[in-house]
Write a protein of this length. Structure first.
Ligand SMILES: *Cc1c(COP(=O)(O)O)cnc(C)c1O
Length: 398
């Protein structure tokens, strides 16, 4: 038995089976390539699910983390720490928003954002019940609060307490959202580009309409930019593309580029709802995690990664359009910059497996969509390399 199969067997023995994992053990990365424990090389078009924007082994990033390890890894939110202050400042200055709360994950960023909206409504009228409007096919995380606004029965079933149920509206359908607003509604939450739901970008009129609606009702608009934020859509924050500002924004995934960290960011109006004692976390915003965040912002700047993502994204878009023309099994192509997807007329598991055999890592979004969320440092040559393999695989499956 090979070393890789041995790891897989042990993984099956000891790790709780909540994933149907692909049968490879990834050991190290270099740029946009990953290597498994047998030394096989893969071109990575998944980036650990839209996380590792910088690519693997960025020296600046690695050095910053090593340096921080030698200074201090953890203190507590009972005190200030330098990296957290610096990282929060960078988020505020780049977003034009007001305050930051660091979390350990995207899910926790959503939890915090939901609490802000509830508390904001509570401060106005403590006697009421509160309800959220969320979107069909959305994904916001797996905790019970975040799940409650996740519009996908597959994730929700059996896990959402009755009291936490949100009201779901059709994405990009403003009239549907309007028809669901009641005096209980305390917030509207949506992704700016839906990720897990199949790569659906919002329409400009839709986001503008949500903004107006929330202003009229004095309720909070929450944008989940956990996946679509951090340059992936060709602007640092996806909502910048639309010129529509949220009251609360959730970030994670590429925020720390692999170090587990998320954040919810509040606009001025939403910055005073939570007061000391209302929310907390032991690890959230610790110096190690926030040193990563701070460095990520520096490297984005230094490498002009957002412009780069937009440029390569345009190229990827053209190439995927060509692929769609060539293969009948590709029935749709959507997305922006380095967050794109193609929809097939069948489930995509087979395509992903065959691509993996040929040294290309792809991921799905739902059952019929292949999602392209590579490291942002990807080049046109890498796009060509990916398209070449995918073309062969699509040819083979017919
Ligand atoms: C991944 C994701 C989350 C959850 O983030 P975790 O870090 O997995 O908890 C929330 N919202 C969106 C849009 C995501 O893509």
């Amino acid at each position: 038995m090979g070393a890789m199969q041995d790891y897989i067997n042990r993984g099956e023995s000891y790790i709780l089976k909540t994933y149907q994992r692909y049968p490879i053990v990834l050991e190290r990365g270099e740029g946009v390539y990953l290597y498994d424990t047998d030394g096989k090389k893969y071109l990575d078009f998944a980036a650990g699910i839209a996380v590792f924007a910088l690519g693997y082994g960025n020296k600046d990033y690695n050095d910053a983390l090593k340096e921080q390890i030698d200074k201090i890894i953890h203190t507590s939110n009972l005190y200030y720490n330098v990296p957290a202050v610096e990282a929060a400042e960078k988020i505020v200055k780049t977003s034009g928003m007001s305050k930051v709360f660091f979390t350990n994950s995207g899910t926790e960023a959503i939890e915090g954002a939901l609490k802000v909206a509830k508390k904001y409504a509570y401060c106005k009228d403590p006697s009421k019940e509160y309800e959220f409007i969320a979107m069909n096919h959305s994904f916001h995380g797996r905790s019970q609060g975040a799940l409650s606004v996740t519009g996908n029965a597959q994730y929700q079933e059996g896990f959402v307490p009755e009291k936490m149920r949100a009201v779901f509206a059709e994405y990009n359908n403003l009239e549907d959202v309007k028809s669901k607003i009641t005096d209980k509604t305390c917030g509207i939450i949506c992704e700016v580009v839906q990720g897990e739901g199949g790569i659906y970008p919002a329409d400009k009129e839709f986001l503008e309409g949500l903004r107006t609606l929330c202003d009229e009702k004095d309720i909070l608009l929450i944008f989940d930019e956990v996946q679509c934020g951090m340059g992936r859509c060709g602007s640092l924050y996806a909502h910048d593309l639309y010129g529509v500002k949220p009251d609360v924004m959730a970030l994670a995934k590429a925020l720390g580029c692999g170090v587990p960290v998320g954040a919810f960011v509040t606009a001025e109006k939403a910055s005073y709802a939570l007061v000391p004692g209302d929310h907390g976390t032991t690890y959230g915003g610790n110096p190690f995690a926030t040193a990563a965040v701070s460095k990520v912002y520096d490297i984005f700047d230094k490498l002009d990664l957002v412009d780069h993502a937009r440029e390569v994204g345009t190229y990827l878009f053209e190439k995927l359009e060509e692929l769609q023309t060539k293969h009948d099994c590709v029935i749709a192509h959507r997305g922006v910059a380095l967050m794109q997807g193609i929809e097939l007329n069948r489930t995509v598991g087979d395509v992903i497996n065959k691509a993996m055999e040929r040294g290309l890592i792809l991921i799905s979004a739902g059952s019929n969509v292949i999602r392209f969320v590579p490291p942002l440092i990807i080049t046109k040559d890498h796009v060509d390399e990916m398209i070449h393999i995918l073309d062969e695989v699509l040819e083979e499956i017919g």
